[in-house]
Design a binder for this molecule. Structure first.
Ligand SMILES: Nc1ncnc2c1ncn2[C@@H]1O[C@H](COP(=O)(O)OP(=O)(O)OP(=O)(O)O)[C@@H](O)[C@H]1O
Length: 346
């Protein structure tokens, strides 16, 4: 993640004293041991690059997910507590903010509300949902709009403003009502050790990172827009961002989707698990916006606010206007037409 530099050019001050009442709670290790049955294997929800996540129940009965960090980078003398304090102040109904933390000895743990419908990744690609469709088109549209609003909030309204840097299906969690909560914003600074090549490589291979971010290693708002575009295409199709076609060949989702968009074959793009009538009409907008976001030329991509606006289009006329964008026309076919015309003129 990257925090935007402030107008005075000083940027994010790790050591800044936070004067007002804390939003987060400090948990004792004992409390978290007891909540997670001593980090029992049966409580484990999964494992990410930075550590394992455990389901737990606090003494007040509330359910939590506890992320136990493998190691954290204190190379820059980052003050864990102050960073968490600042990040926990970033509140939006579609962001999953840290609820509290524990820093005892070498242990660093983050506590979140438990999201009972797990991640978008689990719902789209997980084994527990294989064969069945847990997300209908209305839910998918809602997930798209709400997640876009959460990212636009990070880009324009959060203090400090934040580039997410790691937008993907496993970082969009779903609550009991299938409302999305975008997580893992702002924690890269705490967890990503600059020397951890494996983590950096895993990220660059995940198919969500924009080409310029892969090349430069730098995160940006436009990079978030690109990743969000991939997320939209994944959400509609249920496909992974990179598909293995055979032992030697892989294909990116954009490569697969573009020819189908040129041919207006939206039904082929939509997740085959969705059996609703006219589902392609319902999800077409998500595909078009997704394609706009994944343009290689950074300056041609929309901003996150424009993405929200486009996703909220309801009128048929506006949708037709969007679809008329030359981006959705086959450039090769136009060249072919031009060739024919010039041949005829000769
Ligand atoms: N608040 C939560 N509620 C329910 N499940 C959660 C919660 N937080 C994380 N998980 C689950 O725990 C697992 C590990 O999450 P984590 O964020 O550590 O890794 P990740 O996002 O899969 O990968 P990475 O570390 O590379 O970002 C995931 O399957 C995720 O869905």
């Amino acid at each position: 993640m990257q925090l935007f530099t402030s107008c005075c050019g000083k940027g994010f001050e790790g050591k800044k004293k936070v004067e007002t009442e804390p939003f987060r709670k400090i948990f004792s290790l004992k409390e978290l041991h007891s909540a997670t049955n001593s980090f029992n294997y049966d409580n484990k929800l999964g494992e990410g690059r930075f550590g394992s996540v455990y389901w737990g129940q606090l003494s007040d009965g509330s359910q939590v997910a506890v992320k136990r960090l493998k190691a954290w980078s204190n190379k820059e003398e980052i003050d864990f507590a102050v960073e968490i304090e600042i990040l926990s102040r970033i509140r939006h109904k579609n962001l999953l903010s840290v609820r509290g933390y524990c820093a005892e000895g070498q242990e660093r743990l983050l506590v979140y509300d438990y999201m009972s419908n797990l991640s978008l990744f689990s719902n789209l690609h997980g084994q527990q949902y294989s064969g069945e469709c847990s997300l209908d088109s209305t839910t998918r549209k809602n997930i798209a709009i709400r997640s876009a609003q959460a990212l636009a909030y990070l880009h324009y309204h959060a203090t400090p403003r934040i580039v997410h840097g790691d937008v993907r299906a496993s970082n969009v969690l779903l609550d009991s009502e299938f409302e999305p909560r975008v997580m893992d914003f702002g924690y890269g600074r705490l967890m990503l050790d600059a020397g951890d090549d494996e983590a950096a490589k895993a990220r660059s291979n995940n198919g969500y990172l924009s080409p310029e971010c892969v090349a430069s290693g730098k995160e940006s708002e436009a990079g978030d827009v690109y990743s969000f575009g991939i997320l939209l295409l994944v959400l509609v199709s249920g496909k992974r961002p990179i598909e293995r076609l055979n032992a030697t060949t892989k294909r990116g989702i954009t490569e697969w989707v573009l020819p189908l968009v040129y041919e207006r074959k939206f039904r082929e793009i939509v997740d085959q698990k969705l059996k609703e009538e006219k589902v392609e009409e319902k999800l077409k907008k998500l595909v078009l916006v997704g394609v706009m976001c994944v343009q290689t030329e950074v300056e041609k991509r929309p901003t996150m606010s424009q993405v929200v606006e486009m996703l909220m289009i309801e009128s048929k006329e506006k949708l037709s206007e969007l679809e008329a964008n030359p981006l959705f026309k086959n450039p090769y076919r136009q060249e072919e037409v031009a060739d024919v015309i010039s041949e005829e003129q000769q």
